[in-house]
Design a protein around this ligand. Structure first.
Ligand code: PLP
Length: 441
């Protein structure tokens, strides 16, 4: 079978991207996404544009599902990574459920054809309206992050004549080494989850509440986690809690939700491989007798996407060589926000390399994709791919500098579809009024 992805690099499984180079009619190699020439695609849809490979998403999903086959399990895709309706729908067809963190994500999931029983609802600050909407939709599980949230949910569910199925999201307080502190969530003192030493007391109170039914335990230790020890340690701590709950007579426990976090390769880091991940967590899940839930986001879509962008200008300043692209930090925030590495290459490499700062047009010094990066030498007008942009890419895009957000394009074999149109200037001001319509309260 034709590879959907290009494997490159000396470490682990290499840099997996949605694009691979193929020889183009005797000229220099030009990059494709699956069977689509990216140069032609750029002509058709313009730049900047997000491009996703459907085949890559399917491959990632199937590999994880087969790795976890030894346990009764459910894969709940973490919508926040890439919440495009078409991506949600593709994953639904594969059998995924979803993990949501807002009422907006619930609405998206329902629009993409999921039903409440496909949904786990995570998040540290669910509003009353969001809890009501999720109860009305009959979600599978509320991952509750504090005693205050539990009380609120109990009150609302009771008033609605419902019983809210709940898993306590516990902070397992394990050390997690992720590339950036912002992507760690399972360490002591963080805002996420119920502190470990309070979890049993909260569970005891939950059992006595009329509007909630305690159905499981949950953790999410962080994102882009490349080692398995914190999962093993964290699950061990959750299962100690499960034993204590069972000893108290809590017989309805059904779910062991271990969150997301599986890493992908951006540079030369070794990705977590799903088989090794499964070898760590499946035995623990089987012994517990609970249904395993995983909430992968980045793993499923991260390397399925690229951001396609054109070089607007070259410029030299203070000894630095700048490449100025038509995509900016408003389109892809990760390099600026997380100092994240994204591999960058030319769609039609010249064969020589040079060292550049690759920056966008936004009026911020933090608007960059790469600093001091040795990469394909480029000239004005060249097309570039910013790789591994399928997760936390478009979803974090903004209209900063009044820049319309780029389109999203899904490629499947030799077909492509624009799954989100490029925004227009009208879109930018759609909800605004030039003349205030004053009111008084
Ligand atoms: C509760 C929860 N589950 C799952 C995820 C998905 O994480 P990842 O994309 O690293 O798999 C996140 C992301 O931060 C999360 O907050």
């Amino acid at each position: 079978m034709r590879p959907a992805v290009h494997h490159r690099g000396p470490v682990g499984e290499g840099v997996l991207t949605a694009a691979h180079h193929v020889a183009a009619g005797g000229g220099s190699p030009a990059a494709r996404c699956e069977d689509i020439e990216l140069e032609e695609l750029a002509r058709a849809v313009g730049t900047p544009a997000y491009v996703y490979s459907a085949t890559h998403i399917r491959d990632q999903y199937r590999r994880l599902a087969s790795a976890l086959a030894g346990a009764r399990h459910r894969i709940h895709y973490s919508v926040k990574a890439n919440s495009s309706l078409a991506v949600l729908s593709l994953l639904r067809e594969l059998g995924a459920g979803v993990d949501i963190v807002s009422g907006g994500e619930l609405a998206r999931a329902l629009r993409a054809g999921y039903t409440g029983s496909d949904v786990v609802f995570s998040g540290v600050g669910k509003t009353e309206e969001e809890l009501r909407a999720a109860l009305a939709a009959d979600v599978l599980l509320f991952n509750v992050e504090s005693e205050a949230e539990l009380r609120q949910l109990d009150r609302i569910a009771h008033a609605m004549g419902r019983m809210a199925p709940v898993a306590l999201r516990v902070n397992p307080e394990v050390t997690v080494d992720t590339p950036h502190p912002y992507t760690r969530t399972g360490e002591r003192g963080m805002k996420f989850g119920i502190p470990y030493d309070e979890a049993l007391d909260v569970a005891r109170r939950a059992v006595r509440m009329p509007g909630v039914s305690l159905r499981g335990v949950d953790m999410h230790i962080g994102s882009q986690v490349t080692v398995l020890d914190p999962y093993e340690e964290g699950i061990g701590r959750l299962l100690e809690l499960v034993s204590a709950l069972r000893a108290l007579g809590c017989a309805d426990l059904e779910f062991l939700d271990v969150g997301g976090g599986l890493a992908v390769t951006y540079d030369d880091e070794a990705p977590t491989n799903p088989e090794a991940f499964a070898a760590t967590i499946v035995p623990q899940a089987v012994t517990s007798g609970l249904t395993l839930i995983v909430e992968p986001g980045r793993y499923l879509v991260g390397n399925a996407g690229i951001l396609l962008t054109r070089v607007l200008y070259r410029k030299r300043s203070g000894g630095r060589e700048y490449v100025i692209t038509d995509a900016g930090m408003n389109d892809l925030l990760r390099p600026s926000h997380y100092q994240a590495y994204h591999h960058i290459s030319a769609v039609r490499p010249s064969g020589s390399s040079a060292t550049y700062d690759v920056v966008g047009p936004v009026c911020e010094s933090g608007d960059f994709f790469a600093l001091n990066r040795t990469m394909d030498a480029v000239v004005e007008g060249d097309l570039l791919m910013v790789h591994s942009a399928g997760a936390y890419g478009f979803v974090m895009a903004s209209n900063y500098n009044s820049r319309p957000r780029p389109p999203e394009v899904l490629v499947d074999g030799d077909r492509y579809a624009i799954i989100r149109e490029r925004e227009t200037f009208d879109d930018l001001v759609r909800h605004e009024r030039t003349t205030p319509q004053w009111s008084r309260v």
